[in-house]
Design a protein. Structure first.
Lengths: 264, 264
DNA sequence: TGAATAGTGTCTATAAGACAATATCCC
DNA sequence: GGGATATTGTCTTATAGACACTATTCA
């Protein structure tokens, strides 16, 4: 969507070209524009997000989403992908624009409008939180996969808290609790009608794993029988003929996601 | 959502305050940030959007959505509401953020990132396209309620064209065909689970009118019986006990929308 | 053999589509 | 009364939830 280009039927007139050459963008005050990425995965029945501890002011010591300022020559999608690569060492994963946050006082430095994205990563591609991309400079201790505590049901929405594995609450920077809340809300909403659960699973998975992912995202149990039926009837998944092994019980069939245009 | 404020547990330290005082936002190049509003209503089985003909470069003569640059002290929601008031003379109607468009070359002047909104207005509050708000300066001929031609089904999405009542195609400025397409896509998606159709109807309406709105938005017919049943079962609408009159046939019951927290 | 989970078959409740019959207004 | 649409009732079909039963692996 963001990459589409509108057809333009004619070239610009000489008069318009002159206008553009003389245009002075600095006549008006401009805000800063950033992107922030809620990078989410699901494990052991819990949603988690990658958080980085801020080493600099403002909000030094607080925890924030991986983000960056948008460069003049890059698109918003490119800036979000760059933030993901530089701060989490990840590329090629599901990444979608979420919402743009622009309250005048959300950043104490100056007016900073942030275009929030959310990204999903499966356990197989999950990077060690202590090993970010090459360009990252923060020490290993300053990043972690925080557990998300969603205090509301369904898609009511609202800010959510993040905590360490052991339970210690993490203070979030800026309005990043709102961004995380909206990311979970969007995730819950999309799960019903879009093939989004697969993004959190490896290429081959069992129906039980898929159901666990859905239950983790929605925060409520599912009916096993109808989940199986509707998933198999959807045509979105294909049996591979292979089975899991070493599970201490009857092994389940492994499925893979069937993309609309081909396979993964 | 956009108006929520994050709780901050402690005041900023003197050191952080000094950092903020010395922060120089002009070290980096900043883009311009605008808002554009897809103002939509439904009439005679057609979706329409308010378009303004650009009187200035760039894209002079092309048709654009009502929009404005975001001022330093106002939020994005406030900027969108201001654009709606100044360019369409409307306030207090449904207005929601849609998507942020930020391709580097989407505006030939300079880097302009636009936060797109969509708004819905019912026929009763529909302003004359020739009579915008007090602050509007464009002549009456330079604005019109254009008919939207959606070339795709369901929620596939993509740019859409706008035309005059009689059929003449209107050339759209910038990437506003994309914005309109996304607005219709969002509208179709939300209609299934959110009480959004009411925003396009006056306070009292018949079930037939409501169904017509739904069919206009979705671009496909509905089953009359199940539409009635599901609407009445939803608890979202209340019978007023009154009926329409002067219709040349048996008059239908008038209903009104029951908001979650009260009435309209 | 037993524990544990996968996978199948059947019944029931609910919601949607189809269609017929009746009700009520204006002319 | 006739035309037109509203409203109600019933039947059929598709889908989701519930539950019982069989299958298959590992210890």
């Amino acid at each position: 969507m963001a990459g589409r280009k509108t057809q333009r039927s004619g070239a610009r007139s000489p008069e318009e070209q002159q206008f553009l050459a003389e245009y002075d963008a600095s006549r008006f005050p401009h805000p800063s524009v950033a992107v922030d990425v809620a990078l989410i995965h699901a494990q052991q029945g819990q949603l988690r997000a990658l958080l980085l501890q801020r080493a600099e002011h403002p909000d030094r010591g607080r925890w924030s989403l991986p983000g960056t300022f948008v460069r003049p020559e890059e698109s918003l999608d490119q800036a979000a992908a760059r933030a993901l690569l530089e701060k989490a060492g990840l590329s090629g994963i599901f990444l979608e624009q979420l919402y743009t946050f622009g309250e005048p006082d959300r950043d104490p430095r100056t007016r900073v409008i942030t275009v929030a994205y959310y990204a999903l990563v499966d356990t197989a591609r999950l990077p060690d939180p202590g090993r970010p991309g090459k360009s990252a400079k923060a020490p290993a201790a300053a990043r972690q996969w925080a557990v998300l505590d969603v205090p509301w049901e369904g898609e009511r929405g609202g800010p959510i808290a993040a905590r360490e594995e052991e339970g210690g609450q993490l203070e979030l920077a800026f309005d990043h609790d709102e961004i995380l809340g909206l990311a979970v809300q969007r995730l819950r909403g999309k799960l019903c009608y879009a093939p989004i659960g697969f993004e959190l699973l490896p290429a081959r998975f069992t129906l039980r794993q898929l159901q666990d992912i859905h239950e983790t995202i929605l925060g409520r149990p599912h009916n096993k029988d109808s989940f199986r039926r509707s998933m198999l009837a959807s045509g979105l998944i294909v049996a591979t003929g292979k089975r899991e092994s070493d599970v201490g019980h009857r092994p389940a069939e492994l499925y893979r996601f069937k993309r609309a245009n081909g396979n993964r």
